[in-house]
Design a protein around this ligand. Structure first.
Ligand SMILES: *Cc1c(COP(=O)(O)O)cnc(C)c1O
Length: 387
């Protein structure tokens, strides 16, 4: 758990927060404390506050301090995966009989966790169109709804919803507002500044940025809630391992420069595709035709590296495209330096088939990497010609 008061700017924070050179050797990079336990000076007298690595580890502390600073929050907690972070905050806030309102296009794994895992313990949920503020207000059951779960831009249709307006509605009803900020990353959007109570991340994606490590995070301002989440982190043990925390810190150092390139590459690809005869629609908030464009301009400092396209030729054309690209490799996940193509209805969103969250079968999602954009467009054009 980390506290920060940082007056530096984002790009500096990303490289330095929580990190000082090693006082014993002068090593610029804080070492990976690959240890499960710590020798005590005398019984109960700890050196530096560390007792056992489930409770705390110096490499994890670096990451947790950094995460809090990046989101402008007070407390950062790091986890073994995004879903481990989500599970922890759900358990910190909910008791059987409580109700949660979530977007009708949240990450499929989030819906599965809330609906099937927490649902089995008596947690009720409603899915709602988060960009429809009246519908959100209507979905809240006074006294029973405890969480409003917001994801913007959403996956895979890149819908943008108004964080400040949702916070206003939530707080008026005593509801905790949680924002999954995985798609934007703190380089482009900082939900706590709009009044959100908790930020959730799958650090597996843009924060780690290299498709080589799983992780999750919670950033929380409220001391009592942070303490509850920290207790669960210790008591249930879904913590990030030292090596994983270190890899994530390493990735975060280049977050800003990576996001710049992700954004400019995705913008160029979206513009290239929007008039293509094989493409029905391009879903990218950076296009002025996107319904969330103005709002995204207001609450984000860039439009991100994720875009989706729907095919005039239906499922067959979409599948053929996804299997024809080379630079865009066919894989789940997103946010790495390398470009990926995904067929949501059978890959990332297979778990929500048959529900309101089902994704149309003519949709392809692209995680646009930071390769040379001319090569990426060439790859797309070849696949479109083959599709
Ligand atoms: C991947 C993802 C998650 C889940 O994170 P894991 O690290 O895979 O557990 C949650 N939310 C969003 C938006 C994601 O993309």
């Amino acid at each position: 758990m980390a506290r920060t008061q940082n007056s530096q700017n984002f790009d500096t924070i990303a490289i330095h927060a929580g990190q000082e050179f090693d006082p014993t050797t002068g090593a610029v990079i804080p070492p990976i404390y690959q240890t499960s336990t710590y020798v005590q000076e005398s019984i109960g007298h700890l050196r530096g506050g560390y007792e056992y690595s489930r409770g705390g580890n110096p490499t994890r502390t670096v990451l947790e301090t950094l995460l809090a600073a990046l989101e402008g929050g007070k407390h950062g907690l790091s986890f073994a995966s995004g879903l481990a972070a989500e599970d922890t905050i759900l358990r910190a806030l909910l008791a059987p009989g409580d109700h949660i309102v979530l977007g009708n296009d949240v990450y499929g794994g989030t819906h599965r966790l809330i609906n099937r895992v927490h649902g089995a313990w008596g947690i009720l949920n409603s899915t709602v169109e988060m960009s429809d503020l009246a519908a959100v207000e209507e979905a809240i059951i006074p006294g029973e709804t405890k969480i409003l779960w917001v994801e913007t831009p959403s996956n895979p249709l890149m819908k943008v919803c108004d964080i400040a307006a949702l916070v206003e509605i939530g707080h008026r009803h005593g509801v905790t507002v949680i924002v999954d900020n995985t798609f934007a990353s703190p380089a482009l959007q900082q939900p706590l500044a709009f009044g959100a109570d908790v930020v959730v991340h799958s650090t597996t994606k843009y924060l780690g940025g290299h498709s080589d490590v799983l992780g999750g995070a919670l950033i929380i301002n409220d001391d009592a809630l942070a303490e509850k989440a920290q207790f669960l982190q210790f008591a249930a043990g879904p913590v990030s391992a030292p090596m994983d925390a270190w890899l994530t810190v390493r990735g975060i150092k280049t977050l800003s420069v990576r996001m710049d390139r992700h954004c400019s590459n995705a913008q160029a690809i979206a513009e290239h595709l929007q008039d293509h005869p094989a493409i029905d629609r391009v879903y990218y908030p950076g296009l002025s035709t996107h319904p969330g464009h103005e709002l995204a301009k207001k609450q984000m400092s860039g439009f991100g590296g994720m875009l989706s396209i729907s095919f005039v030729g239906g499922a067959a054309a979409a599948r053929s495209f996804a299997e024809s690209t080379h630079l865009f490799q066919l894989a789940e996940s997103l946010g790495g330096v390398e470009s990926l193509v995904n067929y949501p209805s059978e890959m990332t969103h297979a778990s929500v088939r048959g529900t309101e969250l089902e994704v149309a079968d003519n949709i392809i999602r692209l995680s646009v990497g930071i390769e040379d954009v001319a090569d990426l467009i060439d790859d797309i054009d070849r696949a479109l010609a083959a599709a």
